[in-house]
Ligand binder design. Structure first.
Ligand code: SF4
Length: 231
């Protein structure tokens, strides 16, 4: 939170919008009602799954998530929270903003630091009672966990390379197909798949310096060059 901590001359919120432009908040148990009652729709959320690298705003580094982290999506071409109105420089859900937004004071970060990594809301808190759908989420998590993916990635330079490569491609294929399935057969909105199954592995695999290319129904795994990482 270096930018926040450096705002030493500020002693109250001046509604500059800086915090909202840096990205949406993560959800905590206290926010469950906002999603449960449909005040904040799941199509505006995404899940960072256990094991996925995510930026820790308090420790100021990338760390593997220790549980689900449910977050508000950014806007199309920026990190700004999807509920931030850039023209008016205001939050469009101000009266219902989540806990992290309520306790964040850029001039004094003690309160947000206390709650930041505690009582994070997870998909099981929200979805466990939705029969059928929760089974799909659990099954996806078992087949496509980041623990499993990382084990295969770590084996790519060993004598088990072929098995590892097949394992990774199977995970990518399942992760992609399940999203298509719930939309095409289940009639769900495409926008909620990043909440149900986390961000697509075709995107998050960049954290292992790999990228995926698709040719028809086949996927190819390619090591990323420096140029790709900077894009
Ligand atoms: S929910 Fe509102 S206050 Fe919180 S980051 Fe988004 S726009 Fe800002």
């Amino acid at each position: 939170m270096s930018d926040i901590k450096s705002a030493t001359t500020i002693t109250e919120c001046i509604r500059c919008g800086t915090c909202c432009k840096k990205g949406g908040p993560s959800f905590h148990d206290e926010d469950k009602m906002l999603i449960g009652k449909g005040i904040i729709l799941t199509k505006y959320l995404y899940t960072i799954r256990k094991g996925e690298l995510s930026y820790d705003n308090v420790k100021e580094c990338l760390l593997p998530a220790t549980s689900d982290i449910i977050k508000i999506k950014g806007q199309k071409n920026s990190w700004a929270c999807v509920f931030f109105n850039e023209e008016k420089n205001e939050c469009t859900i101000y009266d219902n903003r989540p806990l992290e937004c309520r306790v964040l004071k850029c001039w004094d970060t003690r309160e947000i630091e206390k709650v930041y990594s505690k009582n994070r809301l997870t998909r099981i808190d929200l979805m466990a009672t939705i029969e059928g759908l929760w089974d799909l989420i659990e099954d996806h998590q078992k087949r496509c966990s980041y623990d499993k993916l990382k084990r295969f990635v770590d084996s790519l330079n060993s004598n088990k390379k072929d098995k590892a490569l097949k394992g990774i491609l199977d995970i990518i294929e399942y992760d992609t197909r399940i999203r298509e399935l719930v939309v095409q057969k289940g009639g769900l909105d495409t926008d909620i798949t990043d909440f149900l199954f986390g961000r697509p592995i075709t995107e998050t695999i960049r954290m292992y310096n790999l990228k995926v290319e698709q040719e028809g129904d086949n996927y190819r795994l390619i090591p990323m060059r420096l140029k790709d990482k900077l894009q």
